[in-house]
Design a protein around this ligand. Structure first.
Ligand SMILES: C[S@@+](CC[C@H](N)C(=O)[O-])C[C@H]1O[C@@H](n2cnc3c(N)ncnc32)[C@H](O)[C@@H]1O
Length: 224
């Protein structure tokens, strides 16, 4: 099935609110499990970056799991960051370790060769040019940094996409079901992501894995 682009930013209040109220527990738990596999030692005390953080559920899970870590969390959508800020305001033990950054990648606001860990969940499929993400990873991560990028995988057919929407978003709002369907059409196949890593010169360090019936994950460590 051919890739069909969707808008990069989720920047209407309605879209951000629908996304923030949806149940992503299964996929966000999977993300944290993958991260634990990449740890453990170096991640506590890590200075992390989350690209396309949305309402910051993964940032909060990460900062809870690693109490000495800090995280810069970037998103180009102010409505998403407003929701992230509201969540953080209720978590005084975590908020001081998180800095929200409103910008799109490539971002001049991010320090270079700075982060011990670069995270991203469900951003890649939004990007019209995926190399923007891989360049940002290369430029912002320290040598030896850990990288975990998880995203949806494009299904083989429209029928399979519809089956995934029915299975995983049956009880969600129409806004969210439409977003999920559009995201599946916009996502990459694992072989396409492998080609992106080759083009970015990251294929020796990062590996593409299929981690569920709808997710792939790119994980590994950059060279020292
Ligand atoms: C599907 S959401 C994922 C949010 C979060 N990572 C999560 O796992 O729940 C994708 C987010 O990426 C943001 N985004 C898309 N393109 C972007 C870009 N070029 N720069 C920064 N953020 C972007 C969107 O605004 C949206 O909040």
């Amino acid at each position: 099935m051919k890739r069909r682009l969707e808008p990069e930013l989720m920047d209407t209040d309605e879209q951000a609110a629908a996304y923030a109220s949806a149940d992503f527990n299964a996929s966000n738990t999977l993300f944290m499990d993958l991260l634990k596999r990449l740890g453990p030692g170096p991640l506590d005390g890590a200075c992390a970056l989350d690209l396309g953080c949305g309402p910051a559920d993964i940032v909060i899970r990460f900062l809870r799991a690693y109490p000495k870590a800090s995280c810069d969390a970037l998103d180009g959508s102010q409505p998403m960051l407003d929701l992230a800020q509201s969540e953080l305001d209720r978590l005084p033990g975590i908020a001081p370790r998180c800095r929200l950054v409103c910008d799109v990648i490539p971002s001049a606001q991010l320090p270079q060769a700075h982060y011990d860990l670069v995270l991203s969940n469900s951003l890649l499929h939004h990007l019209h040019d995926p190399q923007v993400l891989w360049r940002t990873v290369r430029e912002t991560a320290k040598p030896g940094a850990t990288v975990l990028v998880m995203d949806l995988m494009r299904p083989a057919s429209a029928g399979w996409a519809e089956a995934l929407v029915e299975t995983y978003a049956r009880n969600e709002s129409e806004v969210l079901r439409t977003d999920f369907r559009n995201s599946l059409f916009a996502a990459f196949e694992p072989a396409e992501v492998t080609e992106q890593l080759v083009a970015a010169g990251l294929d020796g360090a990062l590996e593409v894995n299929v981690v569920s019936d709808r997710h792939l994950a790119v994980m590994g460590r950059l060279p020292e």
